[in-house]
Ligand binder design. Structure first.
Ligand code: SF4
Ligand code: SF4
Length: 314
């Protein structure tokens, strides 16, 4: 395995500019900020939220993904593999895999793919700018998400700087569990931050995401006075944070902060669960995770009672 195969985020580009490790780029997104947006998903995250619906964005390295439902067991991938890392269809010996991509190229069913591409900001912008007519028409723009986008703050800064130079509206979607210096790098080029507050109770936050939420609240407080707009996003997961105390805690913080425009309450969905086996990952949440309609109404009422503009996505 070569160094570049396992290169993490922000390796040096040819001219010394940081490369981004891009998972995928999604067009026509209507859930990642105002208007129609194109969202750049970066690879690498420092949290381990049990409900993560982008598991392909968690690891900070390129990965081979295998979707069993697309495989017709033709064996072409194994024949193409130079390292013997595919002893049988769907069985990947990951330690032996050099991430060369030969199997994915040989697979006519698109069952195999390499997730993650090291890209300079300029190449990403070239792809994004093709969608400009949709941005202009809808009041949209570009959102950088992940994974945790701000783990690649130098790359994101370069990307957003180019986009702002072209007059494109920009958003950064972040869980905010990063040093404030990462925010400072991108602040001058970010129109809106979409920040997750996943849980109010720090013990529960540690249990379900693997990290404390203190840095999240501290970063939001420190953004006050920067002039940037903030939308808060809270996933609602039955058995995790669907409790009145959680809603009261988050709403109280938002009401006191004075620098938050909108709270989006996002009901749990299981869209990402099916991707876990393709990465040899286990989905650890189970049971009835969708919040009840009654709880959604109650949660919305808690925020609205404090004068907070609130939307609910079921
Ligand atoms: S080449 Fe694709 S379809 Fe054929 S066995 Fe490999 S993964 Fe399955
Ligand atoms: S990417 Fe595919 S072909 Fe290349 S080493 Fe890994 S399993 Fe073999």
């Amino acid at each position: 395995m070569t160094g570049s195969d396992r290169q993490g985020a922000e390796g040096d580009g040819a001219a010394g500019a940081p490369l981004g490790l891009v998972s995928h780029i999604q067009k026509f997104s209507v859930d990642d900020g105002p208007g129609i947006r194109t969202t750049v998903f970066l690879k690498g995250c420092n949290l381990s939220c049990l409900w993560c619906h982008n598991p392909e964005c968690i690891d900070r390295h390129r990965e081979l993904q295998f979707v069993a439902s697309l495989c017709v067991s033709c064996g072409r991938c194994a024949a193409a593999c130079p390292t013997g890392a595919l002893p049988a269809p769907g069985r990947i010996e990951r330690e032996a895999c050099s991430l060369c991509g030969a199997c994915a190229a040989a697979c006519g069913s698109k069952a195999l793919k390499i997730s993650g591409e090291h890209m300079p900001a300029g190449s990403v912008v070239e792809r994004l700018i093709r969608d400009r007519p949709f941005f202009d028409e809808s009041g949209g723009g570009v959102t950088v998400s992940g994974g945790e986008a701000l783990l690649q703050a130098d790359f994101v800064r370069g990307l957003l700087m180019e986009l702002k130079g072209l007059g494109v509206h920009t958003a950064v979607d972040t869980a905010a569990c990063v040093p404030f210096s990462s925010f400072e790098k991108v602040l001058p080029y970010t129109d809106i931050f979409l920040i997750d507050i996943k849980l109010f109770d720090d013990g529960l936050h540690r249990r379900y995401t693997g990290a404390s939420n203190r840095q999240v609240f501290e970063n939001i407080r420190r953004l006050k006075g920067s002039g940037c707009r903030i939308h808060i996003r809270t996933p609602l997961i039955n058995g995790v944070n669907c409790a009145d105390s959680e809603m009261e805690g988050i709403a109280g913080f938002v009401a006191d902060s004075g620098n938050i425009d909108l709270v989006e309450l996002l009901a749990y969905h299981s869209y990402g669960e099916g991707k876990y086996p393709s990465l040899d990952r286990e989905y650890l949440l189970s049971g009835d995770l969708k919040p009840s309609a009654e709880f959604l109404r109650r949660a919305e009422a808690v925020f609205r009672a404090k004068g907070i503009e609130t939307t609910v996505q079921e």
